[in-house]
Design a protein around this ligand. Structure first.
Ligand SMILES: *Cc1c(COP(=O)(O)O)cnc(C)c1O
Length: 457
C-alpha cells in the first residue's frame, strides 16, 4: 500500500469536463464579478466549490434508481430507507425530508420554545437559522482550539464541557431543550469529535434532563477519525463506531447530500415516540407524507444504498486521505493551510498567503478568483466576505480568512488534486503580483452568494 490509498473503485461511466484557456477564464471571471459562486459550471475545470450533493453514485445506487416505487404512500423504497437508518444509526423512528435543513426546520419547531438556548459545537448556517426562527438562541460551546488555525488538537470539534456547564448554570436546564452536536464540525473545517467527549456530553446532559441531538451529516468521516486517532477504537469497524456514537444521543438530523452519497435527500431520526408524532404532523405540512418527505421513491432507494456504501472502510479511508494528500502537498511546498486537515476540505490561510493585501481588499476572495483564473479550479471564499457586516454597517473580520478547497466524494482522482496543488503553489510563488478586490455590488444579507467585485488597481 502506498502512503495514500488508491481509488477503491474503477470508472464505468465518464463525464467529460471542459478544458478552458486563460482567455476563456478571464472572460468568465470578469462576467462573474470575480465571485466564484457566479461562475457557470461549464466554465469550470475542477469544481471544489462544495461537497454538498456533488457525490458520484455507484452502479449499485444507479440500479436502485430503476427500482423506484413511486407510490404516493407506503413505497417499498421508504421501507428500505427506514430499515437502513434504524439498523445503521440505531434510532427507533425516522422522518424523511427533502434535505438536511428540512429536518432542522422540523426539529427546531417541535423542540424549541421562545427564549430557549441551544448550545452547539460551533454554528452551522442553516442549523442556527432554524433555531433562531423558532425563537431560540444559539450558544457556541466548542473548545477554543477550534478557532485557532495553528492548533494541532486531534479532536478540534470537541464540546468544551466547562462552557456547556456554565451555560446550564447561567440559564437553567429547563431553558435548554437539547444540545446540537455536529460530527464532524463543518464550520471548523471538518474537525472531528472524540467518543470520550461525546460520552461526557451525554453524562452532563442526562444529569440535567437535556437531550443530545446530533448533526450526523458528516458522521462517517467522524467515525473514521475516531478509528484512526482514539485509543481503543483501532480494531472497531466504521459501522460499530458510528452506532456507538449515535447511541450517546437521542436523535439526529441528516443531510443526504454529504456522507450518504446522494445528490438530494435527508432525514430526522428520533427515539422519543411523542416527539416523533409531533414531527410527522409537521412533515406533512412542509415536506410530504411521512413515507417520502419530499423525496421520490428512487431518491430514497439511492440513499439507503449510499448509507451502506459509505460505511465501507476502504471508501472512507480513500476519501479522507485524498484531503490529506492535497493538504500534505501544499504544506510541503510551504503554503499556509489550516491544520490538521479535516474530513472534507483543505483551507488556505489567505491572510498569510496574501499578507500584502489588506483585509479590506479581501485576500481570500482575491485568492479564490486567481486560482480559477490560473487553472479553472473553482473554490470558495470563507472569510470577511462570507462574514458580512455588523449592525453598524462595518465589515466583520473573523479570525480565519480562508479559501476552502472542498473535495466531492468519489468524483476526482489524485491527478486532479495535483492540478489543484500545482496551481496554488504557482500562485504562491508570484503572490506579490496579485491585487485585491473592492465591491461593485453587495446584497444586505448573505452577500457572498451574489456579491460582485473589481480589482483595486
Ligand atoms: C450541509 C449541511 C447541513 C444542511 O444540509 P442541506 O442538505 O444542505 O440542507 C447541515 N449541517 C451540516 C454540518 C452540513 O454540512
Amino acid at each position: 500500500m502506498t502512503k495514500y490509498p488508491p481509488e477503491p473503485y474503477r470508472i464505468k461511466m465518464v463525464e467529460p469536463i471542459r478544458m478552458t484557456t486563460r482567455e476563456d477564464r478571464e472572460r468568465a471571471i470578469k462576467k462573474a464579478g470575480y465571485n466564484t459562486f457566479l461562475l457557470d459550471s461549464e466554465d469550470v475545470y475542477i469544481d471544489l466549490l462544495t461537497d454538498s450533493g456533488t457525490s458520484a453514485m455507484s452502479d449499485n445506487q444507479w440500479s436502485g434508481l430503476m427500482q423506484g416505487d413511486e407510490a404516493y404512500a407506503g413505497s417499498k423504497n421508504w421501507h428500505n430507507l427506514r430499515d437502513t437508518v434504524q439498523k445503521v444509526f440505531g434510532y427507533k423512528y425516522v422522518v424523511p425530508t427533502h434535505q438536511g435543513r428540512g429536518a432542522e426546520n422540523i426539529l427546531s419547531k417541535i423542540m424549541i420554545k421562545e427564549g430557549d438556548y441551544i448550545p452547539g459545537n460551533m454554528y452551522f448556517t442553516t442549523t442556527r437559522a432554524h433555531q433562531e426562527l423558532a425563537g431560540g438562541n444559539f450558544r457556541d460551546v466548542i473548545i477554543n482550539e477550534a478557532h485557532d488555525p495553528n492548533s494541532n488538537h486531534p479532536f478540534k470539534g470537541n464540546v468544551d464541557l466547562e462552557k456547556y456547564q456554565n451555560l446550564i448554570n447561567e440559564v437553567g436546564p429547563e431553558k435548554i431543550p437539547y444540545i446540537a452536536v455536529g460530527v464532524t464540525v463543518n464550520m471548523a473545517g471538518g474537525q472531528p469529535v472524540s467518543m470520550e467527549n461525546l460520552k461526557q456530553v451525554r453524562d452532563i446532559s442526562k444529569k440535567h434532563g437535556i437531550k443530545v441531538i446530533f448533526d450526523a451529516t458528516r458522521c462517517v468521516e467522524n467515525s473514521y477519525f475516531i478509528k484512526e486517532r482514539e485509543k481503543g477504537y483501532e480494531d472497531k469497524s466504521i459501522s460499530e463506531i458510528l452506532k456507538e456514537m449515535m447511541s450517546l444521543g437521542d436523535g439526529a438530523t441528516m443531510s443526504g447530500k454529504k456522507d450518504p452519497l446522494v445528490n438530494i435527500g435527508g432525514f430526522l431520526a428520533l427515539n422519543d415516540k411523542s416527539l416523533y408524532q409531533k414531527a410527522t404532523q409537521l412533515v406533512v405540512v412542509y415536506e410530504g407524507m411521512p413515507s417520502y418527505g419530499g423525496m421520490s421513491g428512487r431518491d430514497m432507494e439511492a440513499m439507503a444504498r449510499g448509507i451502506y456504501e459509505s460505511l465501507d472502510y476502504h471508501y472512507i479511508e480513500h476519501r479522507v486521505n485524498q484531503l490529506q494528500y492535497l493538504g500534505d502537498k501544499l504544506d510541503e511546498a510551504g503554503i499556509p493551510i489550516v491544520k490538521p486537515v479535516g474530513g472534507h476540505a483543505v483551507y488556505l490561510d489567505a491572510s498569510k498567503f496574501l499578507s500584502h493585501i489588506p483585509r479590506e481588499e479581501f485576500p481570500a476572495q482575491t485568492l479564490a478568483a486567481n486560482i480559477y483564473l490560473d487553472s479553472g479550479v473553482r473554490c470558495m471564499e470563507r472569510g470577511a466576505v462570507s462574514a458580512g457586516r455588523d449592525k453598524d454597517g462595518n465589515n466583520i473580520y473573523p479570525n480565519l480568512e480562508t479559501v476552502r478547497l472542498t473535495v466531492p466524494r468519489r468524483v476526482y482522482t489524485y491527478a486532479h488534486l495535483d492540478v489543484v496543488a500545482d496551481s496554488v503553489i504557482k500562485l504562491y510563488e508570484k503572490r506579490d503580483q496579485l491585487v485585491g478586490l473592492r465591491f461593485t455590488y453587495e446584497a444586505p444579507v448573505l452577500r457572498f452568494f451574489t456579491a460582485r467585485f473589481e480589482p483595486v488597481k
